[in-house]
Design a protein around this ligand. Sequence first.
Ligand code: DC
Length: 233
Amino acid sequence: MPKRKIIIAIDGYSSCGKSTLARQLAQQLHYRFIDSGAMYRAITLYFIREGVDLQQPEQVQQALANIHLSFELDEKNGACEIHLNGENVSRAIREMLVAEKVSEVAAIREVRVFAVAQQQAIGKGGGIVMDGRDIGTVVFPKAELKIFMTADPAVRVLRRFEELYPSNPAITLDEVRANIELRDYIDTNREESPLRRAEDARLLDNSNLSREEQLQKVLGWVSQLENASDKSA
Ligand code: DC
């Protein structure tokens, strides 16, 4: 009997490796992977390019009405490429300029309503791994598996630095640290859907886990759940 395809919601702080885990899980399980942070980043990129004033709700609404987001799977590496109005912006959204503004944009109510509606539509049928900040609490409160990821701040800073350095050799550890600290602060203290651990989320601290160890641990959880779902089906 085919296994039921579940929803896996992964939340946690910036640079904990959420997307890496989500991508690996999706590849192993033949699920779809959606990086919800990429949606907020693409919206931010559009706002920057168009000079949208974040303090003006009408401007924000109007800009959102002109945004079409889609995800295309790169079959070769399993990467989930985000397209903004038909343009592949997967690289552009990783720029520091976007990172510096994205938490502010993601705190705007209209932006969240816009993004959450699309995330729920994409995940409706299950068979999805989505990572972000409010996936287990707001987007899919009934997800079969919820994971809350965390890691030592120093480990997170180093990981993010190593990710940014090749395209930006001028970047410093202090800049990366300041950006991560600020994003954590805004993400956990905003009024709209702040980052918090859902009561039923499993905690995954990967400070001392390799990617492979982490993957195997979570695959164990998934197979327990898929088997449990089979019995109740
Ligand atoms: O996961 P990330 O670092 O690419 O996310 C970018 C920003 O988007 C992050 O500062 C918080 C915000 N975000 C959010 O508010 N809700 C989500 N579901 C995903 C990301």
